[in-house]
Write a protein that binds this ligand. Sequence first.
Ligand code: AVJ
Length: 313
Amino acid sequence: MPFHFLDFPSARDDLLVDVLAGLTARTKSIPPKYFYDEAGCRLFEAICRQPEYALCRTEQALMASRLGDIAAAIGEVDCIIEPGAGDCRKVRGLLDVLKPAQLAIMDIAGNTLSTAGRKLADDYPAVAVTAIGMDFIHDLEAAASHLSSGRRLVYYPGSSIGNFSPADVAGLLERFRKLAGNDGLLLIGFDLKKDPELLHRAYNDAAGFTAAFNLNLLVRLNRELGADFDLSRFRHYAFYHPAEGRIEMHLVSLADQLVHVSGQGVHFDLGETLHTENSYKFSCDEFRLIAKTADWSLRGEWEKDGFAVQLYG
Ligand code: AVJ
């Protein structure tokens, strides 16, 4: 049935600009959205299968077991919007019960998205699937013209929101509010604060998939930006920072070294780190207060084993 793929090409151009800005800053960092090239998407799926990383499995189990309650709390919707939809696996349960006329999915990983979107359109012939290859952090508002009218539900699962600082969460939730409209809804899943030891293990899995995922960023820069990172001279390092309420992932330089990115030299001291991700953990109340500043009020809350799903209207 109807499947439309729209490509917003801005994402690719931003990589070089963002990477050079991040590598020339006083403390080096690269936005975590750049993890997700094709190998990165596959590595993230492998992380989700590791015994130490329960986040995805717990959310899946929670959504499956409470789907009826969640659907009842949502009521009727015409359009589901999923920013950062990735492989589009999570939205299927909602499509089964809510039967919206339209599904709009967007992701910076355009290839993964279009393959998954096409499959969704085959499996849900009554749903018009609009897949938009875009960095929604920049272009979210541009998606509005591709949405049909009617009641909208923004679905943002998987603790993707954890990549944003609490201040940025507020800003993003405001933009979701504008996109959803006054009668719109937001269904959001996030990881809860828990025993730091458990969190630490989740980002340091024994099989090394998280390390490979982190280092794959350098593989990507070598390929796409003609960089010359030597992977044996960087080490995956992830830890929970309780006061900040976040996991930090870094790549630590194991040597004093000079790396080239698109012809530009970038110096790393021995022990200097490239900060690649923050993954914030919240409490339900904490999140509700942030959402309130973006004009969202809580309509429902479901919790299981350190993970929460909240519905806002
Ligand atoms: C996809 C952002 C939810 O923060 O746990 C997994 C990404 N990073 N292991 C997370 C990730 C390292 C993940 N999110």
